[in-house]
Design a protein around this ligand. Structure first.
Ligand code: NAD
Length: 278
């Protein structure tokens, strides 16, 4: 995509910015005029990404499940670039993959800590920061189509991502009249490093695995290819910019059309029964 000045003068904090969607979004935001504080636990990759992006980027070690560290990342963003206008709460992982029948309190809590509680903390600190500045900000959160339909990931992850949608609506309401907006992106299966470990594939085989998946299932999607991190980054750019100024409290599915039809071939099953009546 061609660069624009859509985010000129804006400052963004992005969590999970060392890889996948967060990294692609950091690049897109900088290309479109923003300064970006990249927050992650993957220090080597995060620092390298910030260095590649130049003066408009800085990296800060941040375990988002630790509120003190997340708060420090907000402070680091302000210290580096003077203000914050956009918070992309994006860090996440599959977590406990157990079915409900096997799910332990520990597995659920661990998954919720990263995929729900950390987003709630980010919404809290973003709301406080924008109020303190007296400015209208944009909060964007990475949810998932697992918030809408079961079968895409583990039970704990789906529960967390459904909770994220309630968080986004609630934050939109609590920011009534301030201009601050909160919206979610609900990606379908996107070819990032998150996928290989979910299917027991090693990190080393990850890139080859993602290429094989894209080749095997791309043609099955309505758009004719699998999702890439850039698809999410472009949606984040829209939600971060004033182009979406009248949009708040919603989720945008970015899934190549996966939610437009049912995976369960109920109609085909009924047609099979109808065949017996022909
Ligand atoms: N890839 C998909 O198919 C898919 C689909 C739907 C939603 N998502 C969501 O997209 C978001 C981004 O994932 P991705 O696909 O780019 O995966 P990714 O693994 O490429 O990136 C996730 C990043 O989050 C970081 N991270 C993990 N735990 C952290 C913590 N405690 N503190 C700070 N950073 C942490 C990782 O180091 C990594 O850099 C996640 O919220 C994920 O749940 C992914």
């Amino acid at each position: 995509m061609e660069s624009t000045t859509l985010l000129a003068g804006k400052v963004a904090l992005i969590t999970g910015a060392a890889s996948g969607m967060g990294l692609a979004t950091a690049r897109t935001f900088v290309e479109n005029g923003a300064s970006v504080l990249l927050a992650d636990v993957a220090d080597e990759a995060g620092a390298a990404a910030a260095a590649e992006l130049g003066d408009a980027a800085a990296y800060h070690h941040t375990d988002v499940t630790d509120e003190a560290q997340l708060h420090a990342a907000f402070d680091a963003g302000v210290a580096a670039f003077g203000r914050l206008d956009i918070v992309f709460s994006n860090a996440g992982a599959a977590g406990d993959l157990s079915p409900v029948e096997q799910l332990t309190p520990e597995g659920l809590q661990r998954t919720l800590a990263l995929n729900l509680q950390a987003h709630a903390s980010a919404h809290k600190f973003a709301t406080r920061r924008f109020r303190a500045q007296g400015t209208a900000g944009s909060i964007i959160t990475t949810a998932s189509i697992a918030a809408l339909q079961s079968g895409w990931n583990g039970a704990a992850y789906s529960i967390a991502k459904a909770g994220v949608m309630a968080l986004v609506r609630q934050t939109a309401l609590e920011n009534k009249g301030t201009g601050t907006r909160s919206n979610a992106i609900l990606p379908g299966a996107v070819m990032t490093p998150m996928l290989p470990p979910m299917f027991g594939v090693s990190e080393a085989d990850g890139p080859r695995f993602l290429e094989a998946v894209a080749a095997a299932i791309g043609g099955e999607t309505l758009i004719g290819r699998t999702g890439q991190a850039a698809d999410i980054a472009n949606t984040a750019l829209f939600l971060a910019s004033d182009l979406s100024a009248w949009i708040t409290g919603i989720g945008i599915t970015v899934d190549g059309g996966a939610m437009a039809y049912t995976k369960d071939a109920t109609v085909e099953l009924i047609a099979g029964v109808a065949g017996e009546f022909a």
